[in-house]
Design a protein. Structure first.
Length: 275
């Protein structure tokens, strides 16, 4: 009985310990489950964050691509705007040139009409001595030839005008001055014709419709220059435009066309009355 009593006492002593162990095991299990749940929650949260980061990264790339595209489109628009501005400036310059050439053509037409009126009203006196003995013009590098009872001085158009223009280029001044002074010295009284000629190339000069108009406008430009310089009096000058009707060589080659495109100063045997 005493042994049983002792055993019972011992069991009573260990019961709280056993109960404590059981409680600890249960608590540990709960803590483990809680930690596992937290871990799962953290993993889910991490996945969500990674997904959001990936989405933001894609959005950022899309925005960068859109920004680059916008910049490119902006540059294209700027380039187009610059091109339009340049075209506008070119058109304005061409319009200004056309206005200047129109005014020049009007002046040349007026000069031509004045020349025709003077020629119609002038009394021409024949000079038989010129027909018998033509003085020689000293013009090195310039084509001078006798043609029946007249003397022709050929001035190539490309030495007087730029391209298809009817405006004298600056370098033409020296040539015209030299020729005019020599003609005035050698033929101080004779009538001088200013005759324009062209090749058979298509006329591309703005405001000029055909070869006759082109040749006349160029002859009138030379007339205006000579009158302004004063080497030859205006009453001794007359203007004629022949177009492409009087070539001196064939137009089959570029050299031939260049030769035929010319202004000739023609010395006539006649002189205005009173000279």
């Amino acid at each position: 009985m005493r042994f049983v009593a002792q055993t019972s006492s011992l069991m009573l002593l260990f019961l709280p310990v056993l109960w404590g162990c059981a409680d600890n095991s249960f608590a540990l299990k709960q803590q483990t489950q809680s930690l596992q749940q937290q871990q799962v929650a953290l993993q889910q949260r991490n996945q969500e964050l990674q997904s959001r980061a990936a989405t933001l990264d894609r959005d950022n790339q899309d925005l960068e691509a859109l920004l680059a595209q916008t910049r490119q489109q902006s540059k294209v628009v700027e380039d187009q705007l610059a091109a339009v501005r340049e075209q506008l400036m070119t058109a304005s310059a061409q319009l200004s040139q056309l206005r200047d050439e129109k005014q020049l053509t009007q002046k040349q037409t007026e000069a031509l009409m004045a020349s025709v009126r003077r020629r119609a009203g002038a009394q021409i006196t024949a000079n038989n001595s010129l027909q018998k003995n033509l003085p020689t013009l000293n013009l090195p590098g310039v084509e001078v030839r006798a043609d029946g009872d007249v003397v022709r001085v050929e001035l190539p158009a490309d030495k007087l005008f730029q391209g298809d223009s009817v405006v004298l280029q600056p370098v033409a001044s020296a040539l015209l001055d030299t020729v005019a002074l020599e003609i005035a010295r050698t033929y101080p009284n004779q009538q001088i014709g200013i005759e324009g000629h062209t090749s058979n190339d298509v006329v591309r000069t703005p405001g000029v419709g055909d070869h006759v108009q082109l040749s006349t406008a160029r002859a009138a430009a030379v007339y205006q220059f000579l009158v302004a310089r004063g080497q030859i009096p205006a009453n001794r000058l007359m203007v004629v435009g022949h177009g492409a009707g009087h070539p001196v060589v064939s137009n089959a080659t570029a050299a031939g066309k260049a030769r035929n495109s010319r202004v000739e100063l023609v010395v006539y045997p006649e002189s205005p009355s009173g000279q």
